[in-house]
Design a protein around this ligand. Structure first.
Ligand code: CU
Length: 319
């Protein structure tokens, strides 16, 4: 079985376990289309051993109509304010509303993990733009952990000590496909939704692509091969932890799509990997691929290329 060190790979992700206590506050979903979005903020630790007794989240411009999800034993304070812009939400003009949410009165032990959720609407934001949910934890001694740093233009957010968790806004078209299924690609019992490829950085030797594959049939199917005229070779990869390093390897014998189930290819997990790429994937371009399923046969589709930053950051502590 071959395995690749991540250094040679498109989604260069090495998990540092040298400082496990420094796991970052993160958003569960790091890519979202305009429309309803649930910002689920994971708090992985307290302040140097102290429990977290308050969590304040500043809501970004472009995230409107926000409502926090109540948590038992925690009080909620919603701070209202004026937005910098006026947003069109379901045909209504909105220029003020919740701008920050604070949960307080509870106690989240340093060794525990919990999630704080705000549901709202992403509106008036361009594709590729990042919405930062600046999050501050407060502990009984008054000590704070403030996840409020935004990277400068061109700076890698992973270089920051206390990066603000963010979601990258995806194409609205993908959202419509997702909601209405109209533009879903179907072959036999297989459905492909939200396929995309990641824009390649200069000098990057390989490309990566993602999608959700659903099987509406009574029997499992299997993605057994992938080809593309844009690359010499395409492999189906999985990622797993080897000691404290995330490694990727080809999926042996194809990727099973369970009967009535679905498999998501996403950053940090299963992905398609393109070798000998002829023209580096550039944002806005399309990458043609042919997927071959054991039962459903061949499916041809075109992957829109999204910004290199899409779907990164947040999630696990990725460096
Ligand atoms: Cu790979």
């Amino acid at each position: 079985m071959r395995s690749f060190s991540l250094a040679a790979c498109a989604a260069t992700i090495v998990i540092s376990s040298a400082m496990p206590s420094m796991a970052h506050v993160s958003l569960q979903q790091t890519q979202a289309a305009p429309g309803t979005y649930r910002a689920v903020i994971g708090i992985p630790h307290g302040c140097d051993g102290e429990p977290t007794t308050a969590v304040r989240v500043e809501l970004p411009e472009g995230f409107v109509d926000a409502k926090p999800v109540p948590k038992s034993a925690w009080n909620i304070e919603i701070q209202q304010g004026d937005f910098a812009r006026t947003y069109d939400v379901h045909g209504e003009k909105v220029s003020s509303g919740p701008v920050a949410i604070t949960w307080s009165g509870g106690s989240l032990a340093d060794e525990h993990y919990d999630e704080f959720t705000v549901r709202g609407t992403i509106a008036g934001v361009d594709q590729g733009q990042r919405l930062y949910f600046k999050t501050t934890q407060t502990c009984p001694s008054g000590k704070q952990e403030a996840w409020v740093e935004e990277p400068a233009e061109g700076q890698d957010p992973h270089a920051l000590d206390y990066p603000a968790p963010f979601v990258t806004v995806a194409a609205a078209a993908a959202a419509e496909e997702h909601h209405y299924g109209a533009a879903e690609i179907a072959a036999g019992d297989v459905r492909i939704a939200e396929p995309w490829a990641r824009a390649m950085l200069p000098g990057q030797p390989t490309g990566g692509a993602y999608m959700t594959i659903r099987n509406e049939g009574q029997e499992p199917d299997r993605l057994v091969g992938v080809t593309s005229t844009a690359a010499g070779k395409v492999e189906i990869h999985t990622m797993e932890m080897k000691g404290d390093v995330m490694e990727m390897r080809p999926v042996e014998g194809g990727l099973e799509i369970p009967a009535g189930g679905s498999v998501s290819l996403e950053p940090g997990g299963f992905h398609l990997m393109f070798f000998d790429v002829k023209t580096p994937f550039a944002e806005g371009a399309e990458v043609p691929v042919t997927l071959e399923f054991e039962k459903a046969g061949k499916v041809e589709l075109s992957l829109p290329v999204l910004p290199a930053s899409t779907g990164r950051g947040g999630g696990t502590h990725q460096h």
